[in-house]
Design a binder for this molecule. Structure first.
Ligand SMILES: [Ca+2]
Ligand SMILES: [Ca+2]
Length: 268
């Protein structure tokens, strides 16, 4: 375990850009990654990786030409969505697969209690449904809803109300470019430890469930808006972060500590 982790850590800062048929994969060392500051604008230097959106059916609110930056620093996950922001009833929903279990499809999601909850469920608060069927390698457990004046984190629940985990700090408010932090513990991830986060973002009108063709992390989009129809993803249509904490500090700390104790004994 130790050897493989050290080897992995030495390569931890190497970003691996996925080919078109592959998922986008970032390996992040949360002790060596850049420091992200929520607020003060979004700059490339404060993030480790990024994806470029696809599709432009809603005027590229999250899609083609838009960059979604990603980082893990310490015990928090950060996202920065560059662009002109969202508008009206249009809500960006980021699905996150962070642990075992999760949903294969949004078809069994029934919560439409408010626009954010409805968007997670692929439903409209008024009417309509647009079902997403995920590839067998993507089973989301949580969702982040990006609205013009609110960003929330939900634990996804089939057939009942989603669990509202909390509002995410964002800046500026209301946002054009959106920047948020998420505690890894709120995604069921315990640190320190190796962990994997898979994510993908979609965009829909939360009043009538009309879904755009704009995605982040999926790698490709249908040529026209999905609308109030179902859509099925293939394999590898997500971005993946592998969190690899720095094991070198843990390995060297013990001998150094022993040296300090030995010196004190000699002095004493
Ligand atoms: Ca910033
Ligand atoms: Ca899962």
């Amino acid at each position: 375990m130790g050897t493989s982790l050290v080897a992995a850590a030495s390569a931890a800062m190497a970003a691996v850009a996925g080919a078109s048929a592959q998922s986008i994969n970032f390996q992040i060392n949360p002790q060596a990654s850049p420091t992200t500051t929520v607020g003060g604008g979004i700059s490339a230097g404060e993030y480790f990786g990024s994806t470029t959106g696809t599709g432009n059916g809603f005027g590229s609110m999250i899609g083609a030409g838009r960059t979604l930056r990603t980082n893990v620093r310490g015990t928090s996950l950060f996202f920065g969505l560059e662009g002109s922001g969202l508008s009206g009833n249009d809500i960006g929903v980021m699905y996150l697969d962070t642990r075992a279990g999760g949903i294969a499809s949004t078809s069994g999601l029934t919560d439409a209690g408010d626009p954010g909850r409805a968007a997670v469920s692929g439903r409209g608060t008024g009417s309509g449904q647009s079902v997403l069927n995920f590839g067998s390698d993507f089973r989301p457990d949580y969702a982040i809803t990006f609205q013009t004046n609110f960003i929330g984190l939900f634990q996804i629940v089939e057939g009942n109300s989603h669990v509202f985990v909390g509002a995410l700090a964002q800046s500026p408010t209301p946002a054009s470019s959106m920047e948020v932090s998420v505690a890894l513990s709120n995604l069921g991830i315990t640190q320190p430890g190796v962990a994997t986060i898979r994510y993908m973002m979609t965009l829909l009108n939360a009043e009538n469930a009309f879904r755009s063709n704009e995605f982040q992390g999926a790698g490709s989009s249908p040529s026209s808006n999905i609308g109030v129809n179902s859509f099925t993803f293939g394999q590898n249509q997500f971005a993946q972060i592998t969190i690899i904490p720095n094991p070198v500090a843990a390995v060297t700390a013990a001998p150094l500590l022993g040296l300090v104790i030995a010196r004190r004994r000699r002095i004493g």
